[in-house]
Design a protein around this ligand. Structure first.
Ligand SMILES: [Zn+2]
Length: 297
């Protein structure tokens, strides 16, 4: 492969060298290429499509790890070029497909125009648990990796390369972002354990690229999640507080913009940590003056 848009990992497993590590698996006998996620936008998808076409491959299928916009943004372009494209996703990912910036607790008109997107057009539903999927003549393992998003899965190629979606973030994201998006802290912890017990030839992080080893990344993730859960517990222990106020406090402490996108992200992050505190029975719910409050146990 001469094109610099695509980098080799092992055997027939590659990634796009763009902003996100879109996975590419080449079936050399059929000339089919399988993508793992489709890039954030049309530009990424076009670059991958053109590079593969130059090498004599045709994109036959996209396997989605989850339904966030940055993972599915190339679908529209790829579908417009090939209406026969197969698109695989778990039922949960397909049903919940939305940009991470959208407001999950609001419905309809409250979404900003930018945050709206068509639902994923899925042709094949993937199992949510560990399983095998056959795409053309290629058998891949589906690995359940929920936490960042419900129903998220990774894919292990016949070359033993594990594409992990957003189960973990790379060092650069950890350096730049003080908040990490996990929809379920409990599931994220279990997924970290699962990933550290697997020993593929390489891990691919959609936001982080190719890694031989991930153990050094797991502790910083756990520390971030634990300290944020602790921060919310401290805030709640000072006085009963509403969800809205926790979101506001988080946006201020992490210097997020007053945008619907950042509000939506902060909301999801607060909800997941508060759910964790409720699950651990560390806080309780009560209604004061018609508003739901979180209070210390
Ligand atoms: Zn994501």
């Amino acid at each position: 492969m001469n094109n610099t848009a695509i980098a080799h990992i092992y055997g027939s497993s590659y990634i796009h060298t763009g902003k996100h590590a879109v996975g590419i698996y080449l079936d050399r006998s059929s000339g089919d290429a399988i993508l793992i996620d489709s890039g954030a936008d049309e530009q990424a998808a076009r670059e991958i499509d053109e590079a593969l076409e130059e090498e004599g491959y045709r994109i036959a299928a996209v396997l989605h790890t989850h339904g966030h916009r940055s993972s599915c943004g190339g679908d529209a372009y790829l579908l417009a070029h090939d209406p026969d494209l197969r698109i695989y996703a778990t039922a949960t990912s397909a049903a919940r497909a939305h940009p991470p910036q959208s407001l999950p607790h609001l419905s309809g008109g409250a979404h900003s125009a930018r945050a709206s997107q068509a639902p994923l057009r899925v042709t094949d539903i993937l199992p949510e648990g560990d399983a095998q999927v056959t795409v053309g003549d290629v058998n891949l393992r589906v690995i359940a990796l929920p936490g960042h998003a419900p129903g998220m899965v990774g894919f292990q190629t016949p070359d033993d390369v594990l594409y992990c979606g957003d189960a973990l973030f790379g060092e650069r994201v950890l350096r730049r972002q003080s908040l990490l998006l996990y929809a379920s802290i409990e599931e994220a912890r279990a997924t970290f354990r699962k990933l550290s017990q697997m020993a593929p030839k390489a891990y691919v992080l959609y936001h982080g690229g190719v890694l031989r080893e991930i153990s050094a990344l797991i502790n910083p993730h756990l520390e971030r999640l634990n300290s944020l859960t602790k921060r919310f517990e401290d805030l709640i222990s000072t006085q009963p507080i509403t969800l809205e106020r926790l979101v506001q406090q988080t946006m201020q402490e992490h210097a997020l913009d007053d945008s619907l996108e950042h509000y939506g992200l902060a909301m999801q992050i607060v909800q997941s940590h508060v759910a964790e505190l409720l699950r651990m029975d560390r806080i309780s719910l009560k209604v004061e003056q018609g508003a739901l409050h979180f209070a210390s146990r």
